[in-house]
Design a protein around this ligand. Structure first.
Ligand SMILES: C[S@@+](CC[C@H](N)C(=O)[O-])C[C@H]1O[C@@H](n2cnc3c(N)ncnc32)[C@H](O)[C@@H]1O
Length: 119
C-alpha cells in the first residue's frame, strides 16, 4: 500500500505520523542545539511573542508566585520570565532530555527559582 492509498484509507493517519516524527525530533540532541541557536531565523516572531507573554505576566501580578512553563525547551522564554519576575518560581516541563539539559545550563544562574520535571 502506498502512502497516498494509506492516507485515503485511514484519514488522519498522515497527521498522526507527522506528530510521531515531531515527537521523535524534539528528543534529538541536534534538534535541541539547532533550536536553541536558531534565534530569529528559527522563529521570526520569538521576540514579539515573548513581549506579549511578559505583558500578560506583568498584568497577572505574579509576585512570588509560580509560573508553569509547559514545553520549556531550552529555556529561552523562561530566561526572560525569570529576568522580569525575579521573585517568582518557575517550573518547567519538557519531555526532551536534550532540551532540559540546555535549559538547566541557561537557568542555573537563577538558583532556587527553577525546577524541571519530565512529562
Ligand atoms: C518550540 S519548542 C520550545 C519552546 C520554548 N518554550 C522556548 O521558549 O523556546 C517546544 C518544546 O515543547 C516540548 N514538547 C512538545 N510536546 C511535548 C509534550 N507532549 N510533553 C512535553 N514536552 C513537549 C518539546 O520537547 C520542545 O522542547
Amino acid at each position: 500500500m502506498t502512502l497516498a492509498q494509506a492516507s485515503f484509507r485511514y484519514p488522519g493517519a498522515g497527521r498522526l505520523a507527522l506528530s510521531l516524527v515531531l515527537v521523535h525530533l524534539w528528543h534529538r540532541q541536534e534538534t535541541a542545539v539547532d533550536w536553541d541557536a536558531g534565534g530569529a531565523e528559527q522563529l521570526p516572531t520569538r521576540a514579539e511573542q515573548q513581549d506579549v507573554l511578559l505583558a500578560l505576566l506583568a498584568a497577572a501580578e505574579v509576585g512570588d508566585g509560580a509560573v508553569l512553563d509547559l514545553g520549556i525547551g531550552s529555556g529561552l522564554a523562561a530566561e526572560r520570565v525569570l529576568e522580569a519576575l525575579p521573585d517568582a518560581q518557575l517550573v518547567g516541563v519538557d519531555f526532551s532530555a536534550a532540551m532540559l539539559d540546555l535549559a538547566r545550563g541557561r537557568l542555573s544562574r537563577f538558583g532556587k527559582a527553577w525546577l524541571f520535571a519530565r512529562s
